[in-house]
Design a protein around this ligand. Structure first.
Ligand code: SF4
Length: 366
């Protein structure tokens, strides 16, 4: 198995190069390239060519390797399927937006949570990701952004404020971050410290692990917390999110409101709008009737929240249907009328299957 140099400490890297009969300063040169996200050694132009070849044969740069990538037709979204050292696969998505460059990071290979609308859980949980494996996802995206700038001399519209690098992180890819809380915290500490990504530009999304939300609150950084709620009653939520059998809606929201108050951050509520087909093949509203909108408003009224409405992005293996644009707007109108801040999340990269877990699933099935 090839040695992954990014995982080595600096003394270990120095040992590695001196064992190859090389001077110690090569370790510093290699480290600089690793920290920039170099995908392999052939790009390390300040190393002699024969050394680059030798390194490519015996070592790997990052703990993630790009298996495949898909670019949306508008070029704003790039989805990477990445392979880990033990051949597990994860997804990571780079989104170029008007406010900056955001990376959606996976925190686990697979997921044990079993949400009925999600492709990521279909193959079960394989394992937690390490701090380095999460950090490397940012470096893959960063490399891509810099490579494009070098190719096109394109300056990001945000200019100095953003510098065209990764500016936002959302831990919302494959996996439940709060089942891997200590590594997620380690990763975010590093992203803040080494890449200077501000806490306010970091979002952690959870299906509602109350103990994990409390742990984040104790950690005490002013990040954004997003709760995947997706239903306004325990009865309905338990049907689509098994975690609701352990943590009921009121408990989850109490922990989340406590976090939002303590960290002085607006709470994000994620809500997928799901339809189902009846026996005649017509789409009926599953969790997004007028009554559901009013119930959701009751849960959230008086709190500093933003509801992100997410029209269902079809997953072949899942038994839900998309609802009409009119139904989406009707649901939003009721929330707004009830005084709840609400927006409809723009579908990004629908043409590349950007819904969580779809690329990984397709690849596994061949
Ligand atoms: S929605 Fe999130 S928590 Fe639920 S199964 Fe998918 S990845 Fe896991």
């Amino acid at each position: 198995m090839k040695k992954i140099l990014f995982n080595l400490t600096q003394p270990e890297l120095e040992q590695f190069v001196t064992d190859m009969g090389l001077p110690r300063f090569r370790a510093t040169q290699i480290r600089e390239w690793l920290n920039r996200g170099a995908p392999d050694f052939s790009v390390m132009k300040n190393l002699p060519e024969d050394l680059r070849q030798k390194l490519n044969e015996s070592a790997q740069t990052l703990p993630v390797k790009i298996v495949t990538r898909l670019d949306s037709s508008d070029n704003q979204t790039t989805k990477f399927l990445l392979e880990l050292e033990d051949a597990q696969q994860i997804e990571c998505v780079l989104m170029r937006t008007t406010y900056g460059n955001s990376v959606c990071v996976s925190s686990q290979a697979g997921c044990a949570m079993g949400c009925k609308f999600c492709a990521s859980t279909l193959l079960g949980l394989k394992r937690n990701l390490t701090v380095n494996e999460m950090f490397a996802q940012i470096l893959v995206a960063q490399w891509e952004l810099r490579r494009n700038r070098a190719d096109t001399e394109h300056v990001h519209p945000n200019g100095d404020a953003n510098n065209g690098d990764v500016s936002h992180i959302v831990v919302m890819g494959t996996g439940e971050p709060l089942q891997n809380t200590s590594n997620v915290i380690g990763f975010l500490n590093r992203a803040n410290d080494e890449l200077h990504i501000s806490w306010r530009r970091i979002t952690v999304s959870t299906c509602g692990i109350v103990s994990g939300i409390e742990e984040l609150n104790t950690w005490g950084r002013p990040i954004n917390l997003a709760i995947s709620l997706h239903a306004p009653t325990d009865e309905l939520r338990s049907q689509i999110m098994p975690i609701n059998n352990k943590y009921k809606i009121n408990e989850v929201l109490k922990a989340a409101f406590d976090f939002s108050d303590a960290q002085n951050r607006q709470l994000m509520i994620e809500y997928i709008l799901l339809g189902k087909r009846d026996e005649n093949g017509d789409v009926v509203l599953y969790n997004c009737s007028n009554e559901h909108a009013n119930k959701l408003s009751e849960l959230l009224r008086g709190h500093n929240v933003m509801v992100n409405l997410i029209p269902w992005n079809t997953v072949d293996e899942r038994d839900f249907a998309s609802i009409s644009g009119n139904a989406v707007h009707r649901f939003q109108d009721i929330l707004i009328k009830n005084g709840i801040h609400t927006r409809i999340r723009r579908e990004r990269g629908a043409d590349i299957g950007s819904a969580c877990g779809q690329l990984r699933l397709k690849h596994k099935k061949g």
